[in-house]
Design a protein around this ligand. Structure first.
Ligand code: GLA
Length: 726
């Protein structure tokens, strides 16, 4: 059994890790250990000592070494003498803020819990749930801490439910999903920061005393920070050292705070962004936090990433496309932006069908009076001036070419210059009496209102059922502020950012259930909402609006710490690149895009004959490798943030096949070829390098490695496909 409860002591065991917590004689729930399996009760590492200015709980008076401020706690509250960052905070009817949640009981359940109204990890063989019940005697507030365990993947999930069992209302100011106290030591942390068109750049630093924080108050998980962080030993590398990765299954504003305290211990808390959150709980009401997922590895980042990749692929993504190789698509955006009509689209379709593409995606600009980005969002009806004869006629013609058809929506938005806004000006989020903040000239729809969701469900459904549509790109192109909903009373206005996310999930759930054969791809100006919450509804997300292959190697590298390659939307685009002006050879662009869903984002009419042949060959090559790329185990063989090359590898589950791809950024004169050691090969197996007579042992490939090619010009590529020689 993965979960054991002995009296008030709890052990959650995965294949290689152990999580221990205990409720002590005072009912205080203490964290004991999260790390490798030791076969021991790790409580011996807990130190009790009298520390100046660390108060004692009343029941422990006379024992000055018992203090909430110096113990490792499981779900720390505010106002009871622990001065570190808390996981939960509430204002009671009398204006006081203290919360003292003590243990009252537990339950172990087979299977994995779900979180009402929110995405969560599901199933998994041998999955179990531990529920721990806590109670604040003074107010009647209760908490249920829920732990899910997927033993094979070394994954432990967390979610809390706060229940107001008192008689008056309580205002929650913070209700985090996860709190994790770590023993005294030195730690680094890694977070994934960036900006529009440069997302998820890993940044690593030593923890310093005080609170370090990453967060988003933008209503989305954001380009600027990602809801996933790593705390690790300072010596942690890809393959050595210990680390804990923690990720939220949530798409709204979040915060991840780490406090390095006066005693050299670290506390990580993670959950909904408290700066843009409050939640009123009337007597009898409950609040569920989103889910957080943790994975510990004492074999470096690689093992942690592998477990997160499998978790997302197998226990978060859903639907028909979860396991299947995705279509190679051609997207109209960088090919023609807003300037297209049915003839142009058909021309793109015809030319790309000849090259082997599977699907035409008609991006922004097909609806209402949308000829640039300052109008028509919300008007989800076909612009027949552009698509003469309508959508059905166009999709039929595209189908006749042997291609599927995909379409772009930005459902959560409304342009001031739109029929929808003229008809329902009050549907846009704005604060009465204030001018709203515009971004890309657009406003956000108040999807917390059911009539707005109904409108969106009906208008999107009518497009999807009115023509043969196989794919939806669900975009979201601004950050949100001006939080106000006409449907909420003033005392509940602080609930709106989270209610927005719940509304989004409800709409996505309804639409994905109504159109189970449609492949949904998430997008938010590229990767502004690239998180495990969205991956529950869309198995792939457009990784970045930046299609420059050099930048993409770094964006995809950062993305890979938590998210699998199967989730990464990536396309080959034209040069000079539309975001950077850089001119990277075609082959390097295609190799980089092959670390993802693969497709094109260019006008095939502008390709030379040589490039057309290259596209044909690239698609054949991608399709040959696609199962290995999407289902194989992914290895980072370099750090492109500092190395002059990006090299990555896919290994099949049976270790019979390895594929190494690489891009060497700058050419170097008078220099020896760079050696790269593979990982994941079976030392005993013999592998032939495809296309050659060379046969290597797995041991040679992992101990000695291979040599990257000599460079000639910038962005030389490498491709090595090793197949087991039987
Ligand atoms: C966002 C997306 C792009 C494209 C445009 C259309 O920026 O990330 O891929 O769809 O919107 O307006």
């Amino acid at each position: 059994m993965a979960i054991r409860a002995e009296e008030q002591s709890f052990t959650i065991e995965t294949k290689r890790t152990v999580y221990q917590l205990k409720a002590d004689k005072f009912g205080v729930l203490r964290h004991i250990w999260y790390g490798a399996k030791t076969g021991c009760d790790m409580e011996y590492l807990q130190v009790y000592r009298d520390v100046g200015f660390a108060g004692n709980i009343y029941e422990a008076s006379g024992t000055r070494d018992y203090s909430m401020n110096t113990m490792l706690l499981e779900y720390p509250c505010e106002g009871i003498g622990d001065y570190r960052i808390g996981a939960v905070s509430a204002i009671h009817g009398d204006g006081s803020c203290a919360l003292d949640l003590r243990y009252t009981g537990c339950r172990i359940i087979d299977g994995k819990y779900s979180v009402p109204g929110m995405p969560a990890v599901y199933g998994g063989e041998n999955a179990q749930t531990l529920e721990i019940y806590l109670h604040d005697t003074a107010t009647g507030v209760e908490a249920v801490l829920r732990y899910g365990v997927l033993p094979e993947l070394d994954i432990i999930t967390r979610s809390a439910c706060i229940i107001n069992n008192g008689s008056g209302s309580v205002m929650l100011k913070k209700a985090h999903s996860l709190s994790l106290d770590l023993l005294k030591g030195e730690y680094d942390w890694i977070h994934f920061c960036g900006r529009h068109a440069m997302e998820r750049q890993p940044e690593r630093a030593r923890l310093i005393h005080g609170v370090q924080r990453v967060s988003s108050s933008r209503g989305t998980s954001s380009h600027q920070q990602n809801p996933a962080v790593i705390v690790c030993s300072p010596d942690c590398t890809e393959t050595n050292g210990s680390c804990v990765g923690a990720m939220l299954v949530y798409s709204g504003g979040f915060s991840a705070d780490i406090e390095y305290d006066q005693l050299g211990r670290a506390r990580l808390v993670m959950g909904i962004d408290p700066d843009t959150f409050s939640w009123r709980l009337e007597a009898g009401e409950s609040f569920y936090t989103p889910e957080a997922v943790m994975c510990f590895s004492n074999a470096g980042f690689e093992r942690m990433s592998h477990n997160f990749h499998r978790l997302i692929r197998e226990n978060i993504c859903r639907g028909k496309y979860k396991d299947s190789v995705r279509p190679v698509l051609i997207n109209s955006w960088e090919a023609s932006y807003f300037d297209f009509d049915d003839e142009k689209l058909l021309d793109i379709a015809k030319k790309s069908a000849e090259l082997g593409c599977d699907m035409l995606v008609m991006d922004d600009g097909w609806f209402g009076n949308r000829n640039n980005d300052d109008s028509a969002l919300g008007d989800w009806f076909v612009n027949e001036k552009k698509l003469k004869g309508g959508l059905n006629a166009l999709t039929k013609k595209v189908k006749a070419l042997g291609m599927d058809f995909g379409i772009w929506f930005e459902p959560e938005m409304i342009s001031e210059d739109s029929e929808l806004c003229r008809e329902h000006p009050d549907w846009a989020i704005r604060i009465p009496g204030r001018a709203p903040v515009l971004s890309r000239c657009q406003l956000v729809l108040d999807i917390t209102r059911s009539e707005v969701r109904e409108y969106l469900f009906n208008s999107i459904s009518s497009i999807l059922s009115g023509a043969d549509i196989s794919y939806v790109k669900w975009d979201m192109n601004r950050s949100i502020c001006d939080w106000y909903s006409a449907a909420l009373p003033p005392e509940r206005m602080g609930e709106m950012p989270h209610r927005y996310v719940l509304a989004l999930y409800e709409l996505l759930e309804r639409l994905t259930a109504a159109f189970p054969d449609v492949l949904f791809e998430g997008c938010s100006g590229g990767g502004g909402r690239f998180d495990a919450g969205m991956l529950y509804y869309s198995p792939q997300i457009w990784c970045s609006d930046n299609t420059d292959a050099f930048d993409r190697t770094r964006i995809q590298y950062g993305t890979s710490f938590f998210y699998p390659v199967s989730a990464v939307g990536s396309h080959v685009s034209a040069v000079p690149n539309h975001q950077t002006g850089r001119e990277i050879p075609f082959e390097a662009r295609s190799v980089t895009a092959m670390a993802g869903s693969f497709g094109y984002e260019l006008d095939p009419a502008k390709l030379s004959e040589q490039e057309r042949q290259a596209v044909k060959e690239q698609i054949i090559r991608f399709k040959k490798y696609a199962p290995l790329i999407h289902r194989g185990t992914y290895y980072r063989l370099s750090d492109p943030m500092s190395d002059n090359y990006a090299v990555w590898e896919f290994v099949s589950a049976d270790k019979a096949e390895m594929l190494v791809f690489g891009v060497i950024f700058r050419a170097e004169t008078n220099m020896l070829r760079t050696g790269i050691r593979l990982r994941g090969a079976d030392a005993e197996k013999r592998y032939r390098l495809e296309g050659t007579d060379m046969v290597y042992t797995g041991a040679a490939l992992t101990e000695g490695g291979i040599l990257l090619p000599d460079t000639w010009g910038d962005f030389t590529t490498a491709e090595f496909h090793f197949v087991e020689e039987k």
